[in-house]
Design a protein around this ligand. Structure first.
Ligand SMILES: C[S@@+](CC[C@H](N)C(=O)[O-])C[C@H]1O[C@@H](n2cnc3c(N)ncnc32)[C@H](O)[C@@H]1O
Length: 278
């Protein structure tokens, strides 16, 4: 329903419930408290398509077999804020504890996953940390990082790897010159060497995790804040099953894991390890 002259298309209770249930069932994202976000982010799309209600829009979304509309919808409803050096303690721990530990246990290969990677900052940050840790030994190791998200828009940005200067302020200045190329417009592009270290793919975290070898390091930070407890517990269980013995899980500082539902051992705030053999 469009109020006269309003840029907002008002969503009815029934329409809101339908969209909330669909997004929860399919993507795990809990939008129950996000009524304004839905109206605000989708009104323009509805108008541009010549539609007049959320009901019409939702029907169009479900009937679009190409998947294009669903991608655009996901790009709108996901929150993709991220930056380099976010929750830097994780990268310090990675460099000082986890990588030395894993280097002793593994042979020339580490399996790493940035789950819910947004525009790639987290994955490239891991790649830079690995480069710092291994130095010249890096050439003997395959440490390519799988980075996944449901938003195709952020994945395109991630592949280009171009960031504004303020997205890099929390990185050591020397990293900026070593791992980025400054652009004429003041932005920075990630170096070719780092780009080769990350493989970006679309993946919905509600789907079954299929892997050839289990992961030694999983980063899933600031993603589960959008999920409810039940969805989070099930996802952490799937992460656990997909983690190698001695492997690590990093979650966001504001997130938590319910001890009752996980086999991971607590290492330090927002850092867990899979230890089954003592
Ligand atoms: C706030 S960003 C976090 C980015 C990065 N991990 C960080 O900590 O800065 C959350 C990301 O999770 C993604 N996401 C949300 N639900 C998802 C799902 N079901 N499957 C995969 N990615 C999802 C969003 O598209 C978004 O890019």
């Amino acid at each position: 329903m469009i109020a006269q002259n309003s840029p907002i298309v008002n969503i009815t209770d029934a329409e809101f419930e339908k969209i909330v249930n669909f997004v929860y069932r399919t993507y795990g994202i809990d939008l129950r408290k996000k009524r304004q976000l839905i109206e605000g982010r989708l009104s323009q799309t509805i108008k541009t398509k010549g539609l007049t209600s959320f009901e019409q829009y939702f029907n169009m979304l479900l009937n679009d077999k190409s998947g294009t509309e669903m991608n655009l919808f996901l790009n709108k409803i996901t929150t993709n804020h991220s930056y380099f050096g976010r929750e830097n303690e994780h990268f310090e721990f990675l460099q000082n504890v986890a990588l030395p530990d894993l280097e002793k246990r593994r042979q020339r290969e580490l399996r790493i996953w940035s789950a819910g990677c947004s525009a790639g900052q987290e994955a490239y940050n891991i790649a830079m940390t690995i480069d710092q840790y291994f130095g010249p030994r890096k050439s003997q190791w395959d440490t390519r990082i799988l980075a996944t998200d449901i938003s195709t828009e952020v994945l395109e940005k991630a592949k280009k790897g171009v960031y504004s200067a303020d997205n890099l302020t929390d990185l050591p200045p020397i990293w900026r010159s070593k791992y980025f190329k400054s652009q004429p417009d003041g932005s920075y592009q990630i170096s070719e060497a780092m780009r080769k270290e990350v493989i970006f793919k679309v993946f919905n975290l509600m789907d079954q995790i299929v892997y050839k070898k289990p992961f030694d390091i999983i980063f899933c930070r600031n993603v589960m804040i959008y999920f409810d407890a039940e969805t989070t517990n099930k996802l952490v269980k799937r992460f656990y099953d997909a983690t190698s013995e001695g492997g690590y899980l990093f979650i966001g500082h504001s997130e938590s894991i319910d001890k009752e539902y996980t086999g991971y051992t607590y290492v330090r705030p927002s850092t867990y390890q899979k230890i089954t053999r003592k």
